[in-house]
Design a protein around this ligand. Structure first.
Ligand code: ADP
Length: 237
């Protein structure tokens, strides 16, 4: 079936804001892939390849992987045909350099995908609590949380029953560093998309599905505004 392209949905938010959970829900609803930079990096670490060995310590310390490395990895992923109608980007861009690279890359593709950026906002105390209760499946990367998104069987993944683990960077000390990096390096990216008029904000506290619905409303409003501007039909997924 031919349908009009959806676009590139960028999910922003500090660590623990629920970007991964929301990205998975949006992917199901919009029928476009979810691309998580953190998952791409962790799958290289699990595979034990050269790249994974090179970045493991950086992730454990809560620092950012060099721009050149993440850009190269994302470029390879974007060549996959499943991205032609759009995709949900989680964890990218995190620096202004990554944001400029993404804009340039998008203009070099012929499908002319438009950006919709959504920022999920949370207070620091909400994030600390979330991160403390967060566990993930080391096999499929699904995340769970004892505060609000519990697995059906305590300690095991709902999808494949793999025992859940806590990420080494999900402790309060490393979280402080990740939040500091978010404020210094990622907030300017957020401001960049705000200045371009493509950023919407949603509150990250509340039932998962109501946050998803709010994000969907923001995306549809933005895509409809773009359709009108270009004289196309109203957008519907
Ligand atoms: P969170 O959003 O909770 O911090 P992620 O899974 O998105 O978790 O990222 C985990 C780690 O992976 C980051 O702390 C960083 O080390 C690395 N990382 C992910 N995305 C990027 C990126 N775009 N640029 C550089 N490093 C990244």
């Amino acid at each position: 079936m031919n349908r009009s392209p959806i676009g590139v949905i960028i999910l922003f938010g500090p660590p623990g804001a629920g970007k991964g959970t929301q990205a998975r829900e949006l992917s199901k609803y919009l029928g476009i892939p979810h691309i998580s930079m953190g998952d791409i990096l962790r799958s290289n670490i699990t595979a034990g390849n050269l790249l994974g060995r090179g970045v493991k310590e950086i992730l454990d310390r809560g620092e950012l992987v060099p721009d050149s490395a993440v850009k190269d990895m994302l470029q390879v992923r974007l060549l996959n045909a499943d991205t032609s109608q759009g995709y949900i980007l989680e964890g990218f861009p995190r620096t202004l350099e990554q944001a400029h690279w993404l804009s340039m890359t998008l203009t070099s593709f012929s499908n002319d995908l438009r950006i919709v950026a959504v920022a999920i906002e949370m207070t620091r105390s909400q994030l600390v609590r979330r991160i403390a209760g967060r566990k993930h499946c080391p096999f499929c990367y699904m995340t769970f949380n004892i505060y609000g998104n519990r697995p059906q069987k305590d300690g095991f993944c709902d999808r494949d029953m793999t025992p859940l683990v806590q990420r080494p960077d999900d402790c309060e000390e490393i979280l402080d560093k990740r939040l500091d990096i978010y404020d210094r390096l990622t907030m300017p990216v957020f401001e960049h998309f705000r200045a371009e008029g493509v950023l919407a904000k949603v509150a990250g506290e509340g039932p998962i599905m109501s946050i998803t619905n709010e994000i969907i409303n923001c995306i549809e409003a933005r895509l409809n505004a773009v359709s009108k501007q270009f004289g196309c039909d109203t957008y519907s997924p």
